[in-house]
Design a protein around this ligand. Structure first.
Ligand code: HEC
Ligand code: HEC
Length: 163
């Protein structure tokens, strides 16, 4: 667990990827709902475990948004700029939310099955950012080689700030 956590940049999100399918595959057993919520405040979770903590869920939602370069309203019903309390996060009205669920399952499958099947990968962890890199549409081709650009120094450090 320690090794796993230490190598994860997106610990919260990747941890959810790791447990999401396990939860989905576990048959529902009668009994008291698990901690930390006596009653989950979330009404419509189909991929994440019902007892996901608020911190894990919201942390993952921020990762989604940053990974795709979008705001909550890309997937959720709500008016940009209005308080989040006015949003209907449980609604499935926006198709992107459904796509995001399928993408979660895809990333989870890659991490659990496909990548471990490739020998030598001890701790594979694909996240949304792995493909999306801050864009709704992952690039499918490397950028065209610039024709007249000056040569890039291999020692040049990437710029830390944007501007
Ligand atoms: C790329 C799509 C996407 C973005 C962007 C996104 N979410 Fe989500 N959100 C989802 C999906 C998918 C679920 C349902 C997960 C499941 O079925 O287990 C969800 C569920 C939720 C829930 C639980 C709703 C319930 O009651 O079931 C909350 C709260 C939430 N998101 C908040 C946010 C916030 C706040 C933001 C912006 C910071 C955000 N989301 C951005 C896709 C997204
Ligand atoms: C293995 C690569 C890969 C991973 C990992 C991945 N995606 Fe995607 N995603 C894609 C591709 C490819 C598309 C299709 C883009 C297009 O239509 O050009 C896409 C499209 C989407 C779209 C639709 C965007 C649009 O504007 O139509 C959403 C929403 C999305 N992904 C959410 C997610 C979320 C959330 C995650 C993490 C749980 C994720 N993706 C992880 C490859 C990936």
């Amino acid at each position: 667990m320690k090794r796993r956590a230490s190598s994860l940049i997106l610990a919260g999100a990747a941890g959810l990827f790791a447990i999401s399918v396990a939860a989905a595959q576990t048959p529902t057993v009668p009994g008291p709902p698990p901690a930390p919520f006596a009653v989950s405040p979330y009404k419509n979770l189909k991929v994440f475990p019902k007892d996901v903590t608020r911190a894990d869920l919201l942390g993952t939602m921020k990762q989604f948004s940053q990974s795709l370069g979008v705001r909550c309203t890309f997937c959720h019903v709500g008016v940009e700029g209005r308080p989040l309390a006015t949003f209907d996060f449980a609604s499935d009205a926006k198709p992107n939310k459904g796509i995001a669920r399928d993408m979660l399952r895809l990333a989870d499958r890659l991490n659990r099955t496909d990548l471990p099947a490739i020998g030598g990968l001890l701790d594979p962890h694909v996240t949304c950012y792995t493909c999306h890199r801050g864009s709704r549409k992952p690039a499918t081709m490397p950028p065209a080689a610039p024709t007249a650009a000056p040569p890039v120094s291999p020692t040049a450090a990437p710029k830390a700030e944007r501007g």
